[in-house]
Design a protein around this ligand. Structure first.
Ligand code: TYM
Length: 380
């Protein structure tokens, strides 16, 4: 492991070298050819694919093949509800929704109230269960198709997952879990079992499963791929994203444990403005004169990076912004203002949809009872 950065499901530190990560994790780069194939099937290419925010995969080529041949596929992603969601958490959900719109497939969303309880010293189980409802509302607000999207919370849905999780757990030895997740003898036994529960949804249908998620979740999928075929299921395919950087610097990822590093979906316009003006790490020069003379560095500038990842989707405008910033024609304050306006527009629309989403929770959320029906529908 490269000492300068670290990526695990629970921690991302240092300046991530994504090419090295592809090597370390044994994944594949998303090639221009693969992007062409997606464009041909989908009709267009999502901004996060155009800009390599989703940059790595496993078996995405096989997913497209199964789609073309009519075998189809399904998708699975998730969220660990420790607190309110920030804009980084939305990255995989925004992208999954796009894929669902284009390919018309089922999406399963796991809410791991158990994982967050087991991992955290801070939250009790009532809290992670309460955050589940809040987070589910944000996820529904992204606009998933209610007829093809199943959201479930582990502590409620467990009855349907337990039999399969046992078969999976039996294939994971303690030493595999320890090596994959860095557990040790002081880890609680709940968290040693938990990986089985994150793997179960990859086997909800007897089709290939595509998982859009941050690359930090990859260790689970490596375990899954070692055992899936032995249990009669497909090895799960993945499409991995980079991390939306923290507000305060280009290293690590935006994280809920540091409120100054994150913009929450609930942050009102004034707070967004204050956080960005005060904390957004700048690639600009210390004075206007120097900026005009030497220019800024968009590669480390967090305002530019956020615009690039998602919030400025016009390819011409983002290229022009990059040139202007690099050459010194554009100042840091101007760049930050563009981001503030874009973000506030996005967040206002999101909050509107969130109000609507609150009414739809029962259409999406599948507890132990509804799950029976769903299970029958899928497996008949
Ligand atoms: P969690 O809640 O830590 O993160 C939810 C999803 O958001 C991604 N993510 C980010 N993506 C871009 N930029 C960031 N700064 C950023 N921070 C987080 C994560 O990679 C993840 O995709 N154990 C999981 C819950 C889970 C899950 C899954 C996730 C259960 N099953 C299947 C993905 C796929 C967790 O705690 O995610």
């Amino acid at each position: 492991m490269d000492e300068t950065f670290k990526v695990t499901p629970w921690e991302v530190t240092g300046k991530v070298d994504y090419d090295k990560l592809i090597e370390q994790f044994g994944t594949q780069k998303i090639t221009p050819d693969l992007k062409d194939q997606i464009r041909d099937l989908a009709g267009d290419l999502h901004v996060m694919l155009r800009r390599d925010v989703f940059f790595s995969h496993r078996d995405l080529d096989l997913i497209l093949q199964d789609y073309r041949s009519g075998k189809g596929f399904f998708m699975y992603t998730g969220r660990g509800p420790s607190q309110a969601m920030h804009i980084g958490h939305l990255i995989p959900f925004l992208f999954t929704k796009w894929l669902q719109d284009r390919f018309g497939v089922n999406v399963y969303i796991e809410i791991t109230d158990d994982e967050k309880f087991l991992r955290s010293q801070e939250y009790n189980l009532d809290q992670t269960r309460q955050w589940s409802v809040d987070n589910i509302t944000d996820i529904i607000a992204v606009g998933f198709n209610p007829d093809k999207t199943f959201i479930f919370q582990d502590t409620e849905y467990i009855r349907n997952m337990y039999p399969l999780s046992l078969k999976i757990a039996k294939k994971i030895t303690f030493s595999m879990a320890r090596a994959t997740f860095g557990l040790d003898l002081s880890s609680n036994v709940g968290i040693t079992f938990y990986p089985a529960l994150q793997i179960v949804p990859t086997m909800f249908e007897r089709k290939r499963c595509l998982i859009p998620a941050g690359i930090d979740q990859d260790p689970y999928w490596r375990l899954q791929r070692d055992m899936a075929e032995g249990l009669g299921y497909f090895k799960a395919a993945q499409i991995h994203s980079k991390f939306l950087p923290s507000l305060t610097g280009p290293e690590g990822k935006m994280s809920s444990s540091d409120p100054e590093s994150a913009i929450y979906l609930s942050d009102p316009p004034k707070i967004v403005e204050r956080k960005i003006m005060k904390y957004a790490f700048s690639g600009g020069q210390p004075t206007i004169e120097l900026q005009r003379k030497l220019g800024g560095n968009p590669d480390v500038d967090v305002a530019f990076q956020w615009l690039y990842y998602y919030f400025e989707q016009d390819d011409y405008k983002i290229r022009k912004m990059e040139e202007d910033y690099r050459s010194g024609r554009m100042l840091t304050g101007e760049l930050k203002q563009i981001l503030i306006d874009k973000l506030n527009e996005f967040l206002e629309a999101h909050r509107g949809k969130r109000d609507e989403a609150q009414k739809l929770i029962n259409d999406f959320k599948h507890d132990g009872t509804l799950a029976q029906e769903m299970w029958k529908k899928i497996h008949e």
